[in-house]
Design a protein around this ligand. Sequence first.
Ligand SMILES: *Cc1c(COP(=O)(O)O)cnc(C)c1O
Length: 434
Amino acid sequence: MNIKEKTDSIYKDLNISNEVLSFCNGIINDIQPRFTHIDNIAEYNQMKVIKAMQKNKVSEMHFEQACGYGYTDVGRDTLEAVYADVFHTEDALVRPQITCGTHALTIALSGNLRPGDEMIYISGKPYDTLEEVIGIRPSAGSLAEYGVAYGQVNLKEDGSFDYEGIKKAISDKTKLVAIQRSKGYATRPTLSVAQIGEAVRFVKSIRNGIIVMVDNCYGEFVDIIEPSDLGADMVAGSLIKNPGGGLAPIGGYIAGTKKCVENAAYRLTTPGLGKEVGASLGVNKSFFQGLFLAPTVTAGALKGAVFAANVYERLGFKVVPDSKEERHDIIQAVELGTPLGVIEFCKGIQAAAPVDSHVEPEPWAMPGYDSDVIMAAGAFVSGASIELSADAPIRPPYAVYFQGGLTWYHAKLGIMKSLQKLVDAGIVKTGNLC
Ligand SMILES: *Cc1c(COP(=O)(O)O)cnc(C)c1O
């Protein structure tokens, strides 16, 4: 057997039928130009990361374990200098003590806002977890409790910024404007870096001193520029999404102006101590190596998302973004239309995993959600959504949100498995696979 025959045969061992395999391979043929574009972006970003690592003379000693206060943690300091160079900012805070993306955004906000200040989200309702941080949903310790006012300007019907609304909303008290790049789990389109850059310019034209913070989660390395290249004062995100490259076991980052990063550091540790303390405890090597891999890992996840959009759109399902749209994050939504469709899709993603492939996900009443939720993830790093994962609330329109894949081939298997489950359940007819 040649390699192609061998590969077909191993897919058969993994319970992918000939019909599903040839349908999917046909689609991959059709979307080669998209893949080439994604590879070109990854190549640029790979060089950007290597250039930053070389400039900062990353060395073996930077991988050594620091403990205690971490006053002489040169690995940590070098990593932060590398991040600052990748994002083209004055400084960065990249720490295992930042427990997740929400935490990074929280210290970026609370470190830079004071009682009496006002912050405004100009990209509509923020990601769910931020509601309690800000106090949109009353919560102990929220910014609202500390006297920080909140305003919100929704995006327009077509997903673009409402410039008139923004102009009206900004007052003398407005200290910070926040923009969320990714749609997260909302139905609006994701914002491009160019669109964000235009909004930053607009806000600064009203008053230059306003701090603009961008929630960069899921957006890193999808484009060759980041919001910080177009004037954002701070970008923040999670290391168990794109920039950790699948290797970071924990962590978050903030890259931005010296002042903003310093203020955030005073919140992460203490006023006065700031960036000086916080030992990296041996995770530095995974942070460096993860960042090194992040451009190609993100590219693999993007290919998986484009592939999924094309497979399911061809089968008549609504997909967001659609099969042709340009991508600004790694999330793909597929509207399956029925609870069974959502469940079978998630079972397929789980069955493709390198870890926990033998377990079946089931919908359950997760705290904080008003309907049952199903989640599929077989990850090396618990909860890492740069790894292949899917989740869905069991409610109309029965859409599943799918993201990640540390390699394109794994994402491909995941989508083929999801389709196989839908075929096996009779939801997709074999006759339609052509
Ligand atoms: C994931 C995400 C967050 C929160 O990150 P966690 O690591 O889950 O706390 C915030 N904003 C957006 C847009 C996200 O996608």
